[in-house]
Design a protein around this ligand. Structure first.
Ligand SMILES: NC(=O)c1ccc[n+]([C@@H]2O[C@H](COP(=O)([O-])OP(=O)(O)OC[C@H]3O[C@@H](n4cnc5c(N)ncnc54)[C@H](OP(=O)(O)O)[C@@H]3O)[C@@H](O)[C@H]2O)c1
Length: 318
């Protein structure tokens, strides 16, 4: 009988709590250009619940957990520069496999060595966060000296975006709740709360024009205020979530951007994270079988940091 593993996946689209199942399945072989890892950690995010509900629909079953760190245990044809036993992090091949990162083993289609000084849990918190934050800032304009408002900077993507913009020499204003406001201020951002009166509070902080607005909030409804903050120009507002409102009001959304115009920033920010100069906060880690708890916290909209599953149950590198 082929070797088996536990994996969290769905066989039909629907609400994650109803369609996700933790089940036994054969360990997948890495195809051409892929590697397989023994998973140490996988990040869970609102994106996983969107996949369960049918985002980027494709062949089923499919797994969740797009971000992965682990130890290489098989290398596919045509792959060089990586060997069995290496510690890597990156992206699970979730769109082309019947399982993803929330598994004891995972096939990856993009990986980098884990830099010395970075734990495997910290490494697994980085890919989607850095990719999304960097990619969207780049689309808006990562220009030293310009002012950007990051709305929803208490989300992991917003928290990363603030640091990236500051490291690239931008002036950053952020809206966030109390959990991460002090750290965002320590990084060098001007921080205020989101909610009623936000436009006025941001105006008082900015003392001049806000050139760009990046909306990283997991809750929609702020686009009209964000357009006012951008001096009335909706094309200077880019949202990663509130797409219908953006389309209606002329603002920008992820899927209207030039996907080819992406920069690979992950290795640089992993290195900075290893040096303690960049961080994505970890809210909590869970063994694979406690995925429902992680899901409920994530879906509450109050994760306050990254939630990760540790399929091997090994917390020594947490
Ligand atoms: N388009 C893309 O390519 C892409 C990729 C990945 C994710 N996303 C989307 O990006 C969003 C953020 O993802 P994430 O993983 O970073 O989320 P997350 O960390 O789970 O976000 C949760 C945090 O958002 C903050 N928040 C809650 N309500 C808010 C509100 N009304 N206004 C502003 N902030 C609020 C809270 O922090 P505080 O209250 O403490 O500030 C909370 O801890 C999600 O909607 C996700 O689906 C898009």
């Amino acid at each position: 009988m082929s070797e088996q593993m536990r994996t969290l996946r769905f066989h039909e689209y629907g609400e994650p709590a109803e369609v996700l199942r933790l089940e036994e399945t054969p360990v997948p072989a890495p195809g051409r250009g892929r590697i397989r890892v023994v998973v140490h950690a996988t990040g869970l995010a609102p994106a996983d619940w969107a996949l369960c509900r049918g985002l980027f629909a494709g062949t089923l079953p499919r797994g969740i957990g797009c971000d992965v760190s682990g130890t290489v245990d098989a290398v596919g044809e045509g792959v060089s520069g990586v060997a069995v036993g290496d510690a890597v992090f990156g992206t699970a091949d979730w769109a082309n496999s019947s399982s993803a990162g929330a598994s004891e083993r995972a096939v990856m289609n993009r990986w980098f060595p884990v830099p010395q000084g970075l734990s495997l849990v910290q490494a697994a918190a980085l890919p989607m966060t850095v990719d999304t934050a960097y990619g969207h800032l780049n689309w808006l304009g990562l220009e030293a000296g310009k002012t950007v408002l990051v709305h929803g900077a208490g989300s992991t993507i917003g928290f990363a975006a603030v640091q990236i913009a500051l490291l690239r020499g931008m002036r950053v204003i952020a809206t966030a709740g109390e959990t991460y406001a002090p750290q965002l201020r320590d990084f060098g951002a001007l921080v205020t709360s989101y909610g009623d009166g936000m436009v006025e509070r941001v105006a008082a902080l900015s003392e001049g024009a806000v050139d760009y607005v990046l909306d990283t909030s997991p809750v929609g409804g702020a686009i009209p205020d964000l357009i006012r903050i951008a001096g009335g120009d909706p094309r200077r507002v880019l949202t990663i979530f509130d797409f219908d409102a953006a389309a209606e009001l002329g603002a920008r959304g992820s899927f209207g951007e030039d996907m080819a115009n992406r920069v690979e920033a992950l290795p640089e920010f992993a290195r900075l994270a290893a040096e303690g100069r960049f961080r994505v906060p970890i809210a909590a880690t869970f063994p694979l079988e406690e995925w429902r708890t992680a899901m409920q916290i994530s879906q509450s909209g109050k994760a306050r940091g990254k939630l990760l599953l540790l399929p091997g149950g090994d917390t020594t590198n947490a």
